[in-house]
Design a protein around this ligand. Structure first.
Ligand code: ADP
Ligand code: MG
Length: 300
């Protein structure tokens, strides 16, 4: 059987007009095995979302091959891409993206209704089962606004699973909930990955969360820069403070390199995008330095 995800020299350039181009991906080669649980880390603006969207057929590359379950989707039109997304991909987003006027149960039914493979009664039954699976059997008739962030994200996970996708893509799924809830969400996705065997790719800023994955990919400035050696750590145990700190320090080095690269590209960017990127980096830098400081204080 072919690998679920294979990227060959994938390039994405956004043309902003007026001669300004942004190289969001600069030649990505990547093979992901069936059932793998992977996290992608890297400073904001390095191309994580672009990469995920291209794998999931939400966006098309400027160049290169995007092979999903043996099919190259790089040159597909919107109609064909929509079919690939429906049948093969489950998306989980940072801001949940649930339909506000629909209940949890209805939100989970939507993808199955679009696919039209099952009769309505079966669709409803499956949606209830999925909400059970994510521990929300008591929230079937709640609308998004009547649920907590963590609950909404669990509905989104149930929805992502609706059409039995072979690949789950999650873009900062814990970015909008507190740390404790974030952990629960990641454990849920990890548990589903172990029992249902889907291939999972998660973008996260939290090094501790990245630790539960089998492989961490680091991106910087549109490239995957390396695959650092796997830390031997039991996912169910507490993350060792030293290892967590190592991850934070590594992230800090990448962030500093990104800032340098931003300065190099300064003249190519509009003043606005430059300022926006710089503020983003500075915020991250502050957050990281604080986290590193705390990790030293905890040790004492
Ligand atoms: P990340 O998810 O790592 O923060 P993104 O993939 O969102 O990064 O963005 C990568 C780069 O591409 C950034 O410089 C961003 O400004 C640019 N970019 C992303 N989407 C677009 C778009 N639709 N149009 C123009 N530039 C974009
Ligand atoms: Mg992003």
């Amino acid at each position: 059987m072919s690998d679920p995800v294979e990227l060959r020299d994938v390039v994405k350039t956004y043309d902003l007009g007026g001669g300004i181009r942004v190289d969001a991906l600069r030649g990505i080669d990547l093979t992901i095995k069936r059932g793998e649980f992977i996290s992608i880390m890297g400073p904001s603006g390095c191309g994580k979302t672009t990469l995920l969207n291209i794998i999931g057929g939400l966006d098309s590359p400027t160049d290169g091959q995007v092979i999903i379950d043996g099919i190259n989707i790089a040159r597909m039109g919107e109609g064909e891409l929509a079919r690939i997304r429906r049948e093969k991909i489950g998306f989980v987003f940072q801001f949940f993206n649930l339909v506000p006027l629909l209940t949890a149960l209805e939100n989970v039914q939507i993808p199955m209704i679009f696919t039209g493979r099952l009769p309505n009664a079966e669709i409803k039954k499956r949606a209830i089962e999925l909400l059970h699976l994510v521990g929300l059997e008591h929230r079937l008739h709640h609308r998004p606004a009547q649920m907590s962030g963590g609950e909404q994200q669990r509905v989104a996970i149930a929805r992502a699973l609706a059409n039995e996708p072979s690949i789950i893509l999650a873009d900062e799924p814990t970015g909008n909930v507190d740390q404790e809830t974030g952990w629960k969400i990641v454990r849920l996705i990890k548990g589903l990955n172990e029992t249902l065997g889907q291939t999972c790719i998660i973008v996260t800023h939290d090094p501790a969360i990245a630790q539960v994955s089998e492989r961490i990919l680091y991106m910087i400035d549109g490239r995957i820069i390396s695959e650092p050696p796997r830390l031997t750590i039991n996912p169910s145990s507490n993350i060792l403070a030293d290892e967590r700190r190592q991850m934070l320090l590594a992230e800090l080095r990448w962030l500093e390199a990104s800032i340098k690269s931003l300065e190099r590209r300064k003249t190519k960017l509009s003043q606005e995008s430059y300022a926006e990127a710089k503020i983003g980096y500075e915020k991250q830098l502050e957050r990281l330095k604080k986290a590193i400081q705390e990790s030293y204080e905890k040790r004492r």
